[in-house]
Design a protein around this ligand. Sequence first.
Ligand code: LER
Ligand code: MN
Length: 271
Amino acid sequence: MIRSAVTIALVPQLKSGPWIFWEDLEQNMQKAASLGFDGVELFTASADAIDKVHLGALLEKYQLQLAAVGTGAGKVIHGLTLTDPDPDIRKKAISFISDMISFGAKFGSPTIIGSMQGNVLPSGNREETMSWLGQGLEILGKKAESEGIFLIYEPLNRYETNLLNTLEAGSAFLDKNGLKNIKLLADLFHMNIEEADLPESIRTFGKYIGHVHFADSNRKPMGLGHTDMQQIADALKEIGYAGYVSAEAFPFPNPDSAAERTIQAFRKYFR
Ligand code: LER
Ligand code: MN
């Protein structure tokens, strides 16, 4: 069954990012639960920045799942990417994500690698940079496997990365490098920029998709842009997608109404 989730960002430095709820963990989990979301997706400053016992108690109290954990803070706050030319930084990036994998796995939740994938720098060599990405993903995919969970790699649009921008490029990279235990994130906002035909890409690369970020074409909550969500929902159902559709969108016009609009859209298309 396709499940709903909503993002909660606990990192002040990420302010202005595409997250529905901000800062107050308990209050926002309570709101997510009362709106009927199945889970929450968390963005924390690091794996240590959150009290796991407290989080476990809140998940239990509000009967929510931890849908996924994001690692964007690794880049935004700590400047870490898997493709930095400095081997020490690449090592720290792997260690940061590895800790997030252990944290998420405690709650059965996969970890997302988005902006921490980095970029080929103007002075860089593409082949070498892609080999660093492959090496990092291999280590982290195995780490996730040892924790009994899969890892999520997110193709981003061209304004955020020049590594892999589409489901086609992402799946080809996983196959070419024999990367196991890694699924792709279908972020509908990035896909709106990069894919020629969203439902078609979902059908073609469906077996690779492990998570969906739910936002309209303009990254506002679903319904406030021009995405043809019915066709996308039909494609996700057709491929038998059984993961989360998680709202990663701007809190427009405010977090509460963005969350409410999101759950209404989720029900319209998936229930
Ligand atoms: C992360 O999930 C993402 O989609 C990025 O665009 C955030 O910067
Ligand atoms: Mn995303």
